[in-house]
Design a protein around this ligand. Structure first.
Ligand SMILES: NC(=O)c1ccc[n+]([C@@H]2O[C@H](COP(=O)([O-])OP(=O)(O)OC[C@H]3O[C@@H](n4cnc5c(N)ncnc54)[C@H](OP(=O)(O)O)[C@@H]3O)[C@@H](O)[C@H]2O)c1
Length: 334
């Protein structure tokens, strides 16, 4: 977001705790503080807009919006596609019903320690409902001055979740550790968004003073799992050979979707998630969201990983020994 805004000559102030690794940006003012306790540091200043990238609890978001209500024209809340109540249906757009939470769940969420790196995982099944309540809190305090962006799976450099990075790196390693286990149906559709496409579009939306709610993800029905993996192979000029393993086998072997096999959702086992990779993003596309070629996303993810984090174990992806063990068993049963 910062890179995208600087590229368009905006002046930026960052507000964070300084815990998170970030690019060294000497030209950017940073105010260090925790949004849970140090909001006073933001008082007495003026900005055109704020982009809230770490709002997970409604009370925290409400407090931030209240403090900033006289200091900013616009409040941009980075929400999530997880807000939707029912993702068993295809083509969800911004008018679809959003999730709620019981008061017990909200109480439980408020008690979770978020002093580290909070994320969707921190709040588990409450994440979507919480993000929905955060959206509502922002809109209540600043009616008609809030831009709500609901991204899908954000990929690219700095992605600590490593969901897409796993595939980029695993395929770049090729057959050095054996063939690559590829999950489910090759022609199954997936959706993702390059962080730069998301950020550049968000900055342009702020410039145009847009408000309202926007889904922001890659186009539905346009990228198959097979094409994504094949593109990774082309970019890294790898000798990887893919063995496509069925949902049933992986489920029987208790392979964990996402954490072990990112971008794999067993089609029969999770009917309630059937529409998660078929989200309608027409409204954002109509407002200028565009997409770079996947090739560029993969190339830059690989370069970033090679130059910055190669020795750091990825947070997602199956253990190589387990992968090869499963493949041996799969071949025996075929
Ligand atoms: N990643 C995805 O695929 C995805 C998909 C859909 C939606 N989203 C949404 O996108 C947003 C960004 O997610 P992300 O995973 O990219 O986040 P991230 O990389 O963890 O970035 C969060 C930023 O907020 C700062 N921050 C966190 N807690 C803070 C606090 N208490 N006080 C002040 N600053 C704080 C962090 O810096 P410090 O740690 O240094 O404070 C960091 O700069 C989230 O709202 C998430 O719900 C993400």
């Amino acid at each position: 977001m910062v890179t995208a805004a600087l590229a368009r000559n905006h002046e930026i102030t960052l507000f964070n705790r300084g815990k998170h690794p970030s690019a060294a940006l000497t030209s950017v003012e940073t105010l260090y503080g925790d949004r849970n306790s140090d909001l006073a540091k933001l008082q007495g200043r003026r900005w055109d807009a704020v982009v809230d990238t770490c709002g997970y609890l409604p009370r925290t978001v409400r407090a931030s919006v209240q403090v900033l209500s006289h200091s900013v024209d616009r409040y941009v809340f980075i929400s999530s596609l997880s807000v939707y109540a029912d993702v068993s249906v295809f083509g969800i757009d911004e008018t679809a019903p959003i999730a709620g939470l019981t008061s017990e769940q909200l109480k439980k969420a408020n008690e979770i320690d978020s002093s580290g790196q909070a994320s969707a995982v921190t709040y588990g099944e409450m994440y979507g409902g919480l993000k929905a309540l955060c959206e509502q809190a922002a809109e209540e305090v600043l009616p008609n001055r809030v831009l709500i962006i609901r991204p899908g799976l954000i990929v690219g450099s700095y992605d600590y979740t490593a969901r897409f990075t796993y595939w980029v790196e695993r395929i770049a390693r090729g057959n050095e550790v054996g063939e690559v286990l590829a999950p489910g149906r090759p022609d199954r559709y997936i959706q993702l968004i390059d962080v730069r496409d998301l950020a550049e579009w968000t900055v342009r939306m702020i410039e145009r003073k847009e408000t309202g709610v926007y889904n922001a993800n890659g186009l539905p029905n346009s990228l198959t799992m097979e094409r994504a993996l094949e593109e990774c192979k082309i970019v890294s000029d790898s000798d990887a050979s893919f063995t496509w393993v069925s949902d049933n086998f992986l489920t029987q072997e208790r392979v964990a979707p996402w954490s072990e096999m990112p971008f794999w959702m067993p089609e029969e086992g999770a009917p309630h998630l059937k529409g998660f990779m078929f989200i309608n993003c027409n409204k954002a596309v109509g407002s200028g969201l565009s997409f770079r070629h996947l090739n560029e996303t993969i190339t830059d993810t690989l370069t970033w990983r090679e130059t910055n984090r190669l020795n750091e174990k990825l947070k997602a992806g199956i253990d190589p020994d387990k992968e090869q063990g499963l493949l041996r068993k799969w071949h025996e049963t075929q």
